[in-house]
Ligand binder design. Structure first.
Ligand code: B12
Length: 434
């Protein structure tokens, strides 16, 4: 009799001794969930239903459980059509993201998705990335962030990939983790998620391999986590504000690889929440990258066989006033310096733009005034306009060249479509190699 009374107590004691998962500790509490409203709103009010750029937003909203059943069904139907019509032109990482978004969870609508066909196509795109690396000095067609997305989607959706090859190419010393010798936290975080998936599939017996590969993968995760943690800032961000969400996901799935005192996830979360309240993450992609971690989720929670969670308590959010992505432009004019720098040659112009203008406006104005020197081409991407070409010279991933954006000699941490210029700024687009 006495014993049976004690049993629940013993159980409770044992339960309290089980270390709580980092993702649970760091998850925004029910009471604080309203702090996420601006993020959800940015995503819902964006025209995210258009194009493949919707993938990250859809993935994030589905993982977070922020859609209702009708929204989910409608968006997935539209998205399937988009994927079908654009698939041949998608990069490997874009297709991987599309698969992750479609298969984030199982909708109740009975829409049938031919995953095996999509996954096969992804396998071919991934192979083309590897082939490009073999032919072009280790440079993929896209980048390692996308190769990581490829491996993650292939791993989660039972696609074909070679474990020894993954163990070989994802070595933390590989140049593709670095831009200008600086470790890319976003890339490292995505690689940790991919490698963790591969590791779990090996240990669960789905993938039979040499234990040497498992040891190597394990070691890569350990070193990548060390590198991510070395980029922790005073206020707890990991890398910068835009890499923090995915880095949090990487740290959630690999808590065995670091000590509790090396990362206080609540500090990171609280800084992020403060940034949200001050209007950060105004771009749908930025909002999409941070939201899953704040809900205690990671891309490893993608599971096409597990039912979607619908109708979170803030899903009625679309009635809120939208947060504007475009900064307010005033009638007064400011003067800025703008240069195009190619090797040691610098062509400079002073242009006048309305106060509050973004970098791209300056480029437009310079082009109007002197097209021979300042003509450029931009391409719409999930982060806004990406400058691909200036004066006919085009960025090229195969030889790691691009047009770098700088202000007063410092590389910008945002793009031409969102960086607001200031009077007297020395703006530059510089032909660079990463
Ligand atoms: C790889 C990468 C690059 C490569 C792109 C070429 C390549 N090898 O693929 C290089 C090193 C050249 C690069 C350059 C820049 N990048 Co970058 N990049 C990334 C990274 C790690 C992955 C992008 C990706 O493939 N996504 C997945 C695919 C499926 O999505 P996608 O939309 O199709 O991807 C394309 C675009 O993202 C585009 N792209 C890459 N960077 C940027 C930046 C901006 C502002 C835009 C509009 C587009 C863009 O290139 C991708 C491949 O074509 C992201 C990290 C992240 N979290 O997204 C940072 C990231 C997008 N980059 C960033 C920045 C700031 C830049 C630069 C502006 C830096 C600078 N000072 O010059 C420049 C862009 C300048 C320009 N010409 O417009 C920031 C953007 C933050 C923001 N709020 O806008 C990110 C989020 C990194 C970070 N955490 O700070 N980048």
């Amino acid at each position: 009799m006495r014993q049976s009374h004690q049993l629940p107590l013993v159980g409770l004691l044992l339960f309290s001794l089980i270390p709580r998962q980092q993702c649970e500790i760091c998850k925004v509490s029910k009471e604080n969930k309203t702090a996420l409203k601006p993020l959800v709103h940015t995503m819902i009010s964006s025209n995210y239903t258009k194009g493949i750029q919707a993938a990250k937003v859809l993935l994030s909203l589905r993982l977070g459980g922020f859609l209702n059943q009708n929204q989910d069904q409608h968006l997935i139907e539209q998205f399937i059509l988009t994927v079908r019509s654009t698939e041949p032109s998608l990069t490997s990482g874009q297709l991987a993201l599309a698969i992750l978004a479609l298969g984030a969870c199982k909708g109740t609508d009975g829409i049938s998705i031919n995953y095996s066909e999509l996954v096969k196509k992804l396998g071919n795109k991934y192979k083309a990335e590897i082939k490009n690396m073999e032919d072009h000095d280790g440079n993929p067609l896209t980048n390692y962030y996308q190769l990581s997305l490829d491996v993650l989607a292939l791993c989660l959706f039972s696609g074909n990939y070679s474990v020894p090859k993954v163990a070989e190419i994802f070595k933390p010393g590989n140049k593709n983790y670095y831009f200008h010798k600086q470790f890319s936290v976003d890339t490292g975080a995505m690689a940790v998620l991919a490698l963790t998936c591969v590791k779990r599939s090996i240990t669960s017996g789905q993938n039979k391999i040499d234990t040497k590969d498992l040891d190597n993968i394990d070691n890569h995760i350990k070193l990548l986590i060390r590198k991510i943690l070395s980029q922790k800032t005073e206020n707890g961000l990991l890398g910068n504000i835009d890499s923090t969400g995915e880095a949090m996901q990487a740290l959630f799935v690999s808590s065995n690889y670091y000590n509790k005192n090396q990362w206080v996830c609540q500090k990171t979360r609280d800084t992020v929440l403060k940034e949200i309240s001050q209007g950060a993450f105004r771009m749908p992609t930025a909002a999409a990258q941070i939201l899953p971690a704040l809900m205690g989720k990671t891309y490893l929670n993608v599971n096409k066989d597990s039912s979607c969670v619908y109708g979170s308590d803030i899903s009625h959010i679309s009635t809120q006033k939208p947060i504007s992505v475009t900064p307010a432009v005033s009638a007064s004019q400011i003067k800025v310096n703008y240069s195009v720098v190619i090797n040691n040659a610098k062509d400079r112009i002073v242009v006048s733009v309305a106060n509050g203008s973004v970098f791209l406006k300056v480029m437009e104005q310079a082009q109007k005034e002197n097209a021979a020197l300042f003509r450029y081409v931009s391409e719409e991407t999930s982060w806004g306009p990406y400058i691909t070409t200036v004066r006919g010279i085009k960025a090229n991933t195969t030889n790691r060249t691009y047009w770098e954006l700088l202000s007063n000699g410092e590389p910008l941490s945002e793009g031409a479509g969102s960086y607001v210029v200031h009077a007297g700024d020395d703006l530059e687009v510089r032909w660079s190699t990463y």
